[in-house]
Design a protein around this ligand. Sequence first.
Ligand code: B12
Length: 210
Amino acid sequence: MEWNRIGDALYDGKVDEVATLIKQALDEGHTAQEVLNQGLLMGMDKVGKDFKADLLFLPEVLRSGKAMHAGMGILKPLLSESDSTTLGTFVIGTVKGDLHDIGKNLVGMMLTGVGMEVIDLGIDAPPAKFAEAVREHQPQIVGMSALLTTTMDEMKTTIEALEEVGLRDKVKIMVGGAPVTQEFAGKIGADAYAHDAISAVDLAKEWLQS
Ligand code: B12
């Protein structure tokens, strides 16, 4: 398999072609993990970089996101099958009032790609939903995403909600999203800030292995 064909099809937002190429790679004997890392994530990484550099625009990013979603639909059952021993559990969500999920999904997909079980709370997730998920799934890590300056403070409210029910100390908390900074993370009592999906994955691995 020429992996860049998958990456290129994803970059161009060609949903059907991505699906066909993934099936072809699996038929050739490649693992779901390989297809994800070499094909989809490479393509999505380029989408993220080119979007930041103003070489791609929102409709194109959304189209690539759709292709990524279709590709993950094929790979996800295979990934969870092969990971009988997961690295750990990561609850992730976009905080209350915020509907942005492209970055969060990217982080979630990359975490899945390295063998973590990811519980995705979706967008507009209120503090109680995070608390409920921590109680139910007992993750090692909770990740929160916010893309608006007006919703960033919900991260603090969510941490307070976890404190109130005695769950704060059971998890490590990582925050991210464009307006979020290291300093803000410290101020609201999160354990860390991660600038992008790759550093989020690196940090999660570091936490789980220490
Ligand atoms: C796409 C988009 C939308 C889409 C969202 C679609 C979707 N499904 O997500 C739509 C059209 C719905 C939208 C709506 C709005 N948007 Co908007 N949107 C954007 C845009 C253009 C891109 C965001 C994006 O997806 N980036 C690409 C991803 C890959 O990057 P990322 O999200 O930053 O994620 C990376 C990192 O931040 C990090 N990360 C992200 N989450 C997490 C979580 C964890 C745990 C970790 C560790 C890391 C991490 O890793 C990711 C991957 O590397 C930005 C502008 C911009 N350039 O950022 C505006 C932007 C965020 N939006 C903005 C605004 C104002 C709005 C609206 C209020 C507009 C309106 N008037 O209606 C609404 C708000 C709706 C709501 N309640 O949320 C402003 C925010 C201004 C501010 N500072 O508050 C921005 C900055 C645009 C601008 N310049 O004005 N938006």
